[in-house]
Design a protein around this ligand. Structure first.
Ligand code: ADP
Ligand code: MG
Ligand code: MG
Length: 191
């Protein structure tokens, strides 16, 4: 894994999340409490500032700093979940150079923290199929978009959206959409 490409990835992700801040919060307004864009914009901006201040040099150190910053700076569910993902990825990046293996450790971190399975309308519904597609060798930006779109018909059974039950149907999951940005920018950065 190339540390420069990983830094570029996180920078592109931060830019994308900040551009789409209002959209992400609108999505969350429909099935949650309307703060996902704000949470992610704050978290990623703090993450970028930490990268510039500390300039970590190895993939493991970059992921670790990203994870620690997201856990500590984001109040909502998404901060600890993304944070656990990056911290899991940091541990995996010490032993492995394989992107799919590292992302699997990230998904594992999300699931240990949030206990969501596939099909509960959460960010897990982006992470799991993206990793499967990467392993299958057919991951593209279009594929990421299809995966995110597929969260629309799901009935939420985890997170705030689960309070709506069937009324969550027909809406994209905000965390699945922001995770879609994470994987699209990963592809764009050439990680
Ligand atoms: P909050 O719900 O605390 O306001 P956010 O709005 O920032 O936090 O994040 C909401 C997103 O977090 C959801 O769209 C969903 O993708 C994700 N999420 C919530 N709970 C879980 C969970 N238990 N496991 C995985 N992802 C979850
Ligand atoms: Mg919210
Ligand atoms: Mg909230």
């Amino acid at each position: 894994m190339d540390a420069t490409a990983i830094k570029k990835w996180l920078e592109l992700f931060t830019v994308k999340v900040n551009e789409e801040k209002a959209y992400l919060s609108d999505l969350d307004g429909a099935i949650g409490d309307g703060d996902h864009g704000m949470n992610m914009a704050r978290g990623t901006t703090e993450m970028q500032a930490a990268m510039e201040a500390k300039n970590p040099e190895t993939p493991a150190d970059i992921f670790k700093l990203a994870g620690m910053t997201l856990v500590s700076k984001v109040g909502g569910a998404s901060g600890p979940l993304y944070g656990s993902a990056f911290i899991g990825m940091a541990k995996a990046a010490k032993d492995s150079d394989d992107l799919a293996e590292i992302l699997k450790a990230g998904l594992d971190g999300i699931q240990k923290r949030g206990k969501a399975e596939i099909g509960e309308k959460t960010m897990v519904d982006t992470w799991a199929p993206v990793i499967a597609s990467l392993e299958n060798g057919d991951l593209t930006i279009e594929k990421v978009e299809e995966i995110v779109e597929a969260t629309k018909p799901i009935i939420a059974t985890k997170g705030r959206a689960s309070y709506l039950g069937e009324r969550s149907v027909g809406h994209l999951d905000p965390g699945a959409v922001s995770s879609g940005y994470l994987f699209k920018t990963m592809i764009e950065a050439g990680v």
